[in-house]
Every structure is written in structure tokens, then in C-alpha cells.
Design a binder for this molecule. Structure first.
Ligand code: ZN
Length: 221
């Protein structure tokens, strides 16, 4: 038996449902979800010289976070999880130059990369999914237009609060994020494919169907 806990990397364009899949991994394998976007935003909110410098990069200059910072934040997250739990990482590596940093952070934590999982979704699919994504300002629930939320502009059906969209969840915002994904993250996906560690899963299906497909692919590798 391999005694190293597993690490998985989730890759996919906006709207591909990476955080839902990460939650399902948590339920199935007890894996901890490392959400790098959230971890970077949290670090940028700290009132330290490091936090302020990071906030300047993310919020003011709107530049990509340097790879060394991505690595140290990931190392901290892995430490926080502890040595024995499997992890599922979402939001890194975002570009080719981060691959080695992410892999050495994973190995440095005593884990083994089991698979990089690419949830594939077209640009049209991405726009359609994201444009349905709302959240409630009062209770914090995520609301999907057409299922949880009957109409755009209507109140949260759970608490009556204001249901709104994230500023970059507009169609233009999604197309820009999709283009960045295609230009910067597709090379990462090609890298894992060449290495033989990639699972390629069609994302144009319900989240439980996606997870089933991931599970059966993991069993056959
Ligand atoms: Zn609500």
C-alpha cells in the first residue's frame, strides 16, 4: 500500500463546477478542498506588509500573482490541512510556470499527485452556466436562476434577501475569464496530458453525473 495521501488538481473554465466537485471529493474521500482563489483573497485581506502588497497586485494592479507567492500560500494551506488528509486543489496551477511550484508543494507535504482532472466546458456552456449564478446578500446561499431563483431581480426564495450576481459574472466578464483560461491554463492541461496524469471529463452534464464519471475513471486507472 502506498502510504502517501492523495492530491488531486481540478482544472476547468469558469462555470465548470470545480468547487461542487471539490465538495463531492470531500464527501467521498474525506479530502480537504484547497481553494487557491479564496486563499489568495484571504491573504490579500490581512493587514500585514505581505497582505497589503498582495492586495495591491490583485485588487489595484489586477496582475497575476507571482508564482513564488502562489507556492507559499499553497504550502501554508497544505500545512493547515495537516499531513494525513487527501486534498483537492482548485485554482492552481493556473499557468505553465506554476506547475513545478505546485508539484513541489504537493510532494513537500508528503502527498502524491494522483490525477489532474480537467472538467471541459465550451465557452457557450461557460457563459450559460455563469449567467445563471446568483447569490443572496443576506443568507449567503448560492442560487441558480431557473431552479433556486425563479426570476432575475427577484428576492432570495429562502430569506427574501437581495439576490445578485458577482461583478465579473456578466457575459463580458465570463468571456474574458474564458479567454484567460484558454491562453494560460490550457498549456497546463496539455502538460498533464503528456505526463499521463490527466482525466478529461465532459463538463456539460449535471454535477453528480460528472462526479460519477470521475469516480469510474479513477477506478480504471
Ligand atoms: Zn437568502
Amino acid at each position: 500500500m502506498d502510504s502517501h495521501p492523495d492530491a488531486y488538481i481540478l482544472l476547468g473554465p469558469p462555470g465548470s463546477g470545480k468547487s461542487t466537485q471539490a465538495d463531492l471529493f470531500g464527501r467521498e474521500f474525506g479530502a480537504a478542498h484547497i481553494d487557491m482563489g479564496a486563499a489568495l483573497r484571504a491573504a490579500a485581506g490581512e493587514r500585514t506588509p505581505f497582505g497589503e502588497a498582495l492586495s495591491d497586485i490583485i485588487n489595484k494592479r489586477r496582475e497575476l500573482v507571482p508564482d513564488g507567492i502562489v507556492r507559499s500560500i499553497l504550502e501554508n494551506e497544505l500545512k493547515r490541512v495537516g499531513p494525513s488528509r487527501p486534498v483537492v486543489i482548485d485554482g492552481a496551477p493556473r499557468r505553465e510556470s506554476q506547475i513545478q511550484a505546485v508539484l513541489s508543494a504537493i510532494h513537500g507535504s508528503g502527498r502524491e499527485l494522483r490525477k489532474a482532472i480537467f472538467i471541459d466546458l465550451s465557452e457557450a456552456g461557460s457563459v450559460e452556466r455563469i449567467s445563471k449564478r446568483f447569490s443572496c446578500a443576506s443568507c449567503g446561499r448560492k442560487l441558480i436562476l431557473g431552479s433556486d431563483l425563479p426570476a432575475a431581480g427577484g428576492p432570495c426564495p429562502f430569506c427574501g434577501g437581495v439576490a445578485s450576481q458577482r461583478a465579473d459574472d456578466t457575459e463580458d466578464g465570463v468571456r474574458t475569464r474564458y479567454r484567460i483560461f484558454r491562453e494560460e491554463t490550457m498549456p497546463v492541461i496539455s502538460h498533464f496530458k503528456e505526463e499521463g496524469t490527466l482525466l478529461h471529463i465532459p463538463g456539460d452534464q449535471a454535477s453528480d453525473a460528472i462526479f460519477k464519471e470521475i469516480l469510474s475513471a479513477l477506478e480504471t486507472v
